[in-house]
Write a protein that binds this ligand. Structure first.
Ligand SMILES: NC(=O)c1ccc[n+]([C@@H]2O[C@H](COP(=O)([O-])OP(=O)(O)OC[C@H]3O[C@@H](n4cnc5c(N)ncnc54)[C@H](O)[C@@H]3O)[C@@H](O)[C@H]2O)c1
Length: 362
């Protein structure tokens, strides 16, 4: 098997899909690993380290894509990469197709076998390849939000932890899953007053137990969402309906009721976002102001901490890659139901039911 590792080209991306140590393991198992020159640089991994691990450094993206039968990436391919698609290619990466119709169309047209990290299932339906990046994005959402709450960054001038004798900042987190729970941990660590909302009562019970009632938990019905949004300085959107476009749980009218300079960080933007007024932003221009509220919606937040994110991501993908290298892609997919559930496109069709529904494919 020949595995290609192209450099990531999405705006501000710093992660890489393979560390030198994972390359070494794949090479030892018999794979050829082609790493595009400089692909690991922004995550702190040098070409020489990949060479020592037995990987080959190739000069261009065309080589990393063109000479491999399995391409591993981090972010969804960008339009300039669509030209590398071909019918004998397997692509293993985040795809987020519900929010990327053009990418879905290109994968279908070129009959690529597209396995999406975010759709791979573990035991009890958990999403083991989404989870580590959600943890990171959740933690980052609070430090990013705290930064944009600062007056010089366009915010209302609220310090999340406050100081004795002042009110602490108020944080509302909608979605108490992987990213929401880690946002909660950071916000509590900073001393903010936190409200968590979710439709799943068990998640709220877990939060209530963990913080012994120190976090306000609310069922995510429209009335509670409106109250929490109006009351907060920092709103975190962290909902997910797997593979589907994120539901809009915060309306424009709710955003208009927020205090000027309040901040929204919509982590769910990679699935379209869960706030009516949200649109994707980039690391280059991470925010815009609407109705007086600072909106932050970067779809690849973990790139802010490329080293940590690369370690967390590749530790999660390693068993799946090792399985594909050892058994071959077809056998690995046949024998591992959870990995097979990651398939989003195959032989010119969208084969994931929710993705197909979100995009209007049969
Ligand atoms: N922006 C980024 O850089 C980045 C990074 C990682 C993950 N993400 C995204 O963050 C989102 C959340 O991921 P996660 O791993 O935390 O998901 P998760 O499945 O662990 O949690 C999502 C939570 O949302 C809740 N939910 C679903 N519909 C809801 C609704 N209508 N109202 C309230 N709650 C609702 C679910 O019950 C669940 O608890 C996903 O879209 C994921 O792709 C973004």
């Amino acid at each position: 098997m020949i595995i290609g590792v192209p450099a990531e080209i999405k705006d501000g991306e710093t992660r890489v899909a393979m560390t030198p140590s994972l390359s070494r393991r794949c090479v030892k198992l018999g794979a050829t690993v082609l790493v595009q020159k400089g692909a690991g640089f922004r995550a702190g991994f040098l070409d020489t380290e990949y060479r020592h691990a037995g990987a080959k450094i190739v000069n261009t993206a065309a080589k990393a894509w063109g000479e491999a039968n399995l391409v591993v990436k981090v972010k969804e391919p960008q339009p300039s990469e669509f030209r590398f698609f071909r019918s004998d290619l397997t692509l293993f990466t985040y795809l987020h197709l519900a929010a990327c119709p053009d990418l879905a169309a290109a994968l279908v047209e070129k009959q690529v076998l597209g396995i999406a990290y975010e759709s791979v299932e573990g035991r009890e339906g958990l999403l083991p390849l989404l989870k580590p990046m959600s943890h990171i994005a959740g933690r980052l959402s609070i430090q990013t939000g705290a930064y944009f709450l600062q007056t010089q960054n366009g915010g209302s001038g609220v310090l999340l932890g406050g100081v004795p004798g002042t009110m602490p900042g108020r944080v509302a987190i909608i979605g108490a899953g992987n990213s929401g729970a880690h946002a909660c941990r950071m916000a509590m660590g900073m001393g903010a007053r936190v409200a968590m909302l979710d439709l799943d009562a068990r998640k709220l019970e877990m939060i209530d137990e963990e913080y012994r009632g120190g976090v306000v938990t609310l069922m995510a019905n429209p009335g509670n969402i409106e109250m929490a949004v109006k009351d907060c300085d920092l709103l975190i959107g962290a909902v997910l309906v797997p593979n589907a476009k994120a539901p809009t749980v915060v309306t424009s009218a709710m955003v208009k009721q927020m205090r000027p300079g309040s901040v929204i960080v919509d982590i769910a933007i990679d699935q379209g976002g869960c706030v009516a007024t949200i649109a994707p932003t980039s690391h280059r221009e991470p925010t815009y102001v609407k109705h007086g509220v600072v909106h932050y919606a970067v779809p690849n937040m973990p790139a802010l901490v490329g080293r940590t994110s690369t370690s967390a991501l590749t530790q999660a993908t390693e068993p799946y890659l090792v399985n594909m290298v050892t058994r071959g892609i077809n056998r690995a997919l046949t024998e591992h139901e959870g990995l097979a559930r990651g398939i989003n496109t195959r032989a010119g069709r969208v084969v994931n039911r929710q993705v197909a529904r979100a995009l209007g494919y049969r």
